[in-house]
Write a protein that binds this ligand. Sequence first.
Ligand code: GRF
Length: 205
Amino acid sequence: MLKIGVLISGGGTNLQAIIDNIDHGYINGKIELIISNREDAYGLVRGQKAGIETLYVNPKDFKNNQEYDLKLIKELKDREIDLIVLAGYLKILSADFIMEFKNRIINIHPSLIPSFCGDGYYGEKVHKGVLDYGCKITGATVHIVDEGTDTGPIILQRSVEVAENETVQSLQQKVLEIEHKILVEAIKLFSDNRISVEGRRVKIV
Ligand code: GRF
């Protein structure tokens, strides 16, 4: 059974999708720990309601990002976590963290990477970028996390159409629905041991 650690900063609807799909038996795994860098992240409440261990780690208690991540590494290693899921985690990970869990960290991003990703593209800014550019399609991407921002090998992508009367909020909602689906699918691929990373290409075996 796959031991999963989830890192969050916000509402946690992606986290909820993972919890639900483990409960229904779709994913053969267990969330051992949820960590948030924000005390008011509603995802912490979702975790507690599901009986999962949660941890708020306050960045102000550490002298820098590297020290902060050392704490996270320790907590995750103590629980022998196999896969780390960034589900709306808005803090940049240090090189140490990424090296420690190489090819075992995945992130969900609300656009079709390599469009509308990288520094500055988070939350509503992604969808505003899509609308301002006049794109007809957008989507979501699950990828392996490497040292860059949103640059790691792509595991799954799915598209949605941008309607004529689309707003940032309606697009965000539409994309969120497919985020939940492909994130859960990607975790299932990990739990079924079907992911192989060869350079930039992720093969589903
Ligand atoms: C999602 O759009 C995710 O792609 C982005 O942050 C949002 C988090 O939503 N990185 P939630 O906290 O899972 O509801």
